[in-house]
Ligand binder design. Sequence first.
Ligand code: NAD
Ligand code: UGA
Length: 467
Amino acid sequence: MNIPKKIKSICCIGAGYVGGPTMAIIAQKCPHIKVTVVDLNAEKIERWNSDNLDDLPVYEPGLKEVVAEARGRNLFFSTEVEKELEYAEMIFMSVNTPTKTYGKGKGMAADLKYIESSARTIAKVAKTDKIVVEKSTIPIKTAQAVNKILSNTNNGVKFQVLSNPEFLAEGTAIKDLNNPDRVLIGGEQTEDGLRAIEALSDIYREWIPNDRILQTNIWSSELSKLVANAFLAQRISSINAISALCDKTGADVDEVAKAIGMDSRIGPKFLKASVGFGGSCFQKDILNLVYIAKSYGLDEVADYWQNVIKINDYQKNRFADSIITSLNNTLSGKKIAFLGWAFKKDTNDTRESAAIYVADILMEDKADIFVFDPKVTKERMFEDIDYLQTRSPEENRKYLNYGDNPYDAMKGAFAIAVITEWDEFKDYDWQKIYDNMNKPAYIFDGRNILDHKKLKGIGFEVNAIGK
Ligand code: NAD
Ligand code: UGA
């Protein structure tokens, strides 16, 4: 197979939260490589090409500066998927791999239809040999399926499939891409496979120290991505489970987290109790892991990981329930303000945000919810709640409201629920907010980010997670 010594052209399929920022960084660090990101979604591509850098489809601190530097030089965004794939030497598949919503594996397995259609398109249009990189998170053994599709082209073109999962977290994507803990590259342990691994390693070596580039066999790489997310989510569910015990006993979950995190074997990160983890990946990837374990007959393993999700659902319900109980089990006609709708700070992404589920529960009790989020749009918020199909869109618009500024969103409220840990929430004029609320004025801090002592001094009833 023809594998160039130095890759000069890359095409990435999927201009989403991973494809966009990842390719922007590769283009910035490797000016000698032409990087084209393609997507079927024309509106998304138009926004990636927008002159207004505040209109990029992904909000990430530092992203617009990188795009400004590389776009038009060696970074391009296009809807011409087939044309761009023809001659690219390396192709990244960064398409979405959501949980299946139909058929076999419904609600558990990863839906690989976008991976498969990408592979078919590559097979159809490829005119030169290519390295195909799985950047999306996929079940173990996906490379086998991709290989099968690619090997049926009849045009003599050869392929090497690599697994190169992405570990960036949203909100810190640029920082993570600039300085990753490690880059994982798995490939076939054959001469061509090893040369392909080297070609991709060379790209990362432009800015990442060699000892952080980990080369493995392809199955280890595919599986490690699911396992990394499962372990991270497990830590959150572990501390959230303990937060419930803290609520009953007078222990303080932040103090417990600090005490255990100082043990170097445990470590301090990912021990922040919260209203529950959200985001497009943790739940989907654990469900996928559970499904894979089940499909190999490993029921105990599947049950073990399923409980991470069970505790996460429990935590969201527990948080909503504490609001309902504190307000005398009657929310009808009461205004409840939500600070935050995004699944974490510094992103406009709302996929699987705890906010959606907490709002849904409170709306069943006929609460009037007013949401303020610095980066999430009103349209996005309504799409999220309509997607659940608990109520009609008209009813959703009766109970869910969007505040253009935080002070209006909280004015006249009976309670405030802090859902996202945006830094700016800490700097609000809490005395002014208290003065304009119904009394008693409640704060439910789902992130433990506010100064609870100060708030109590003002007169708030503070209800925090695990405090
Ligand atoms: P996304 O939904 O933001 O982006 C995926 C894009 O792929 C969409 O814009 C979609 O239009 C496009 N697409 C789908 N099929 C296509 C096709 N056949 N041709 C062209 N474009 C196509 O998803 P994302 O958040 O970027 O995630 C992508 C993958 O990366 C997933 O597997 C996810 O699990 C994984 N991942 C995500 C993150 C994250 O922080 N979001 C981090 C690490 C890994
Ligand atoms: C996560 C992983 O951290 C990334 O390494 C991975 O690449 C990515 O998933 C993915 O595969 O998509 P992300 O979901 O973007 O990244 O963000 P995280 O920082 O992991 O946060 C996930 C959720 O957990 C958020 O709702 C966050 O608020 C919550 N969280 C996080 C806690 O509740 N407590 C914590 O201590 C940490």
